[in-house]
Design a protein around this ligand. Structure first.
Ligand SMILES: C[S@@+](CC[C@H](N)C(=O)[O-])C[C@H]1O[C@@H](n2cnc3c(N)ncnc32)[C@H](O)[C@@H]1O
Length: 261
């Protein structure tokens, strides 16, 4: 498995099967949507600019809920897969984070779901935050869903397999090679504390919440095959975990929502 930086093209064809339509992927996405509904997202926002949109699941959801949607991703294959779904009225096009500065952004929310921002190291995350902040107006929203430096359920899994060396695999500022459909993608884990610091100067942080503290990472979908009762139970517990912001740093992902000052 060769290490390639930020390469998701190989994953585009299977991404919906392995994540979007998986039981775990659907449960995790539903948690993100529940936090959006808690902040009255569809009342506050008329338009969304999405970065790292993948195959367009969220873009479609926003569009179906009446928002004007621009959705971008660096992977042309992901954008192709999104367009091939045939939903009209969404402006999909390829865009790398590094080109954000050249991009006009007038939407009143900037959205990044499920770890796209884990494809860049901390210093690049700071640059992305300041680029977006320079383009947003007072009151605009920034919503990022990011993987932190420790995941409780992943830890439990590694413990049960006696893989002690992997327990803290996320806890580094360096790139960690993560297998995405046979390609090792460089992944950088960002703690909620760090991301809050990155956004703090120009955004008022409105919400930081765990996404999948009890729910497992999606690569454990196979493990939960024939254990759907257990997964449903974990999903129920997840809703309770969702009340506890401090679990954000211990979950598979967390959501951070800021309002431009
Ligand atoms: C795990 S997928 C998430 C996709 C989608 N947001 C979702 O919720 O299913 C991460 C996405 O980030 C994109 N990505 C990675 N690095 C990027 C970059 N530098 N610029 C833009 N998109 C990037 C990948 O192409 C991939 O589609």
């Amino acid at each position: 498995m060769s290490v390639k930086k930020q390469l998701f093209d190989n994953a585009a064809a299977s991404y919906d099967t392995t994540f979007t339509k998986s039981h775990i992927g659907r449960f995790q996405r539903a948690r993100v949507y529940s936090y959006l509904s808690q902040i009255d997202f569809f009342k506050r926002v008329k338009s969304v600019f999405e970065i790292n949109c993948g195959t367009g699941a969220d873009a479609t959801y926003f569009h179906e809920n009446g928002l004007e949607v621009t959705a971008t991703d660096r992977s042309t294959k992901m954008i192709e897969a999104a367009k091939n779904k045939g939903t009209t009225g969404i402006n999909f096009f390829p865009l790398d984070f590094s080109k954000l500065a050249e991009q006009e952004i007038t939407a009143d929310a900037l959205f990044s779901n499920f770890g796209g921002l884990n494809c860049v190291p901390g210093d690049e995350l700071k640059t992305i935050a300041s680029t977006i902040s320079n383009k947003q107006q007072k009151g605009d929203l920034i919503i990022w869903v990011i993987m932190p430096r420790f995941c409780f359920m992943e830890g439990m899994y590694f413990l049960s397999r006696l893989k002690f060396g992997k327990l803290f695999r996320r806890n580094t500022a360096k790139a960690v090679a993560v297998n995405v459909d046979g390609t090792a993608v460089e992944t950088f884990y960002h703690s909620p504390r760090f991301v809050k610091r990155v956004l703090n100067d120009t955004y008022k942080i409105e919400k930081v919440k765990p996404v999948a503290f009890f729910l497992p990472p999606s690569y454990l979908e196979g493990f939960f095959k024939n254990k759907w009762f257990l997964l449903n139970f974990l999903n129920r517990l997840e809703k309770i975990a969702g009340r506890m912001s401090f679990l954000s740093g211990w979950s598979d992902h967390y959501i951070i929502i800021g309002v431009k000052k």
